[in-house]
Ligand binder design. Structure first.
Ligand code: CMC
Length: 381
């Protein structure tokens, strides 16, 4: 008998289990809709900026002009990280993955936060920390990328948005407005997504009354895996392995026949289409054509068609993000760290929500091991 039949209350992977109540975002699978605090993510991505979205997630309402200007000013003031962070990042091996760089960066920056000593339950301090975390994420990832190449970190510019700050530090050049705009929209799409694995892990961490930085480091570690945020990097590697349009159909059919997981496809919550993928696919395919990688768009078409007809499975946001970021000239191993730059806003909103009505998160498990085993002293074993 299967474990789920033996234990009716057991749901592997906690599938379908309700772990909490939230007012931050809602996933409506039947209509392929995602809303952040009531606003459709398509509207936020097309008509707003990532900064407005982050404000919405953190403060619960969209900012008016004065509030947005003040928020951007604070973000600009908080963007730089202490020199000690760069000193620490310079100690890491050159082949350290940028997700580990991000983890180390946030671990080192935590004790330098002016509210470091505030109790975990001080929500005003947590909000200030959340804004600093948001401001610093693109600097840690962007300058972390410079450091691993043996380059010196650059000083962030106050006039840049978060997307521009990342692009400027990544390349050392003034960002192209169109590239910054596409990246900005993708940050909005990546910002928040309910009780996904990294957000849940983050909530578990802070529910012990640990601190928000520990929650963020937990989130980064959880996001890294290829079944979650790491899928955007793996999807790009897959598209590159396929290489040519004529290889795409045999490749995907063989992959399905051998029961391979196709990275960037499928979702626990969306059983139809992922609305973030619907939005980003249009942009990604246009970008691919414009930037001389139109074969990636054609490969994507073939994979999408075969996955839909053979499995009834659709792309998730990580699939179009992969070839969109490639077309924008972003190194592949920075794709998941870009997800971090966006998702720190959602993680922080969840930290604040968790601590506003906290209860330790501690599920039960079923023990199937033995009992009453006699202890034999070590020398007699
Ligand atoms: N390729 C091939 N088959 C798939 C895929 C896929 N990408 N996704 C699901 N399936 C099949 C799976 O093999 C299973 O079939 P069967 O019942 O015949 O064994 C069925 O669909 C259910 O899959 P599951 O893995 O049990 O479903 P889940 O809810 O646990 O998985 C998922 C969700 C995202 C882990 C899974 O779809 C997957 O591994 N996708 C690839 C990795 C990926 O793209 N992850 C990013 C998720 S979205 C962005 C984010 O939040 O990070």
């Amino acid at each position: 008998m299967s474990a789920t039949a033996t234990y009716p209350n057991y749901s592997p992977g906690l599938e379908g289990v309700i772990g909490g109540i939230t007012t931050i975002s809602d996933i409506i699978s039947e209509t392929s809709t995602l809303v952040y605090r009531g606003y459709n993510v398509h509207d936020l991505a097309s008509k707003g900026s990532f900064e407005e979205t982050a404000y919405l997630l953190l403060y619960g309402k969209l900012p008016n002009r004065a509030e947005l200007d003040a928020f951007k000013k604070t973000l600009a003031e908080e963007r730089e990280v202490p020199e000690q962070v760069y000193t620490a990042l310079k100690q890491l091996p050159a082949d350290t993955h940028p997700m580990d760089i991000a983890k180390v960066g946030f671990a080192v920056v935590a004790p330098y936060d002016p509210d470091y000593a505030a109790p975990a339950t001080d929500q005003a301090a947590n909000l200030r920390k959340a804004v600093r975390i948001l401001a610093k994420a693109s600097t840690i990832v962007g300058n972390g990328h410079r450091i691993r190449q043996g380059l010196e970190p650059l000083k962030p510019k106050a006039e840049h948005t978060i997307a521009q700050n990342f692009l400027y530090l990544m390349s050392g050049n003034e960002p192209d407005p169109e590239v910054a705009h596409v990246l900005d929209s993708s940050l909005t799409l990546y910002a928040e997504h309910g009780y996904n694995a990294s957000t849940f892990a983050c909530r578990v961490t802070v529910a012990t009354l640990s601190d928000i930085y520990s929650g963020i480091v937990t989130g980064i570690g959880t996001l890294r895996g290829p079944l979650h945020g790491g899928a955007n990097e793996e999807a790009m590697k897959m598209i590159m392995e396929i290489g040519a349009v004529e290889n795409a159909e045999p490749w995907i059919r063989d992959a399905l026949a051998t029961k391979k997981k196709i990275m960037g496809f499928g979702h626990r919550e969306y059983k139809k289409r992922d609305p973030r993928a619907i939005y980003l696919t249009v942009i990604a395919k246009e970008l691919a054509v414009k930037n001389n990688v139109s074969h990636f768009a054609q490969i994507a078409d073939i994979l999408e068609n075969v996955m839909e007809t053979e499995k009834g499975i659709y792309p998730n946001v990580d699939f179009p993000a992969a070839y969109a970021y490639y077309a924008l000239g972003i190194p592949i191993d920075l794709y998941t760290p870009i997800f971090v730059i966006a998702r720190v806003s959602g993680w922080s909103a969840h930290v604040l929500e968790q601590l506003s009505n906290n209860r330790l998160i501690r599920p039960a498990c079923i023990y199937e091991g033995p009992h009453s085993v006699e202890f034999v002293p070590v020398d007699q074993r």
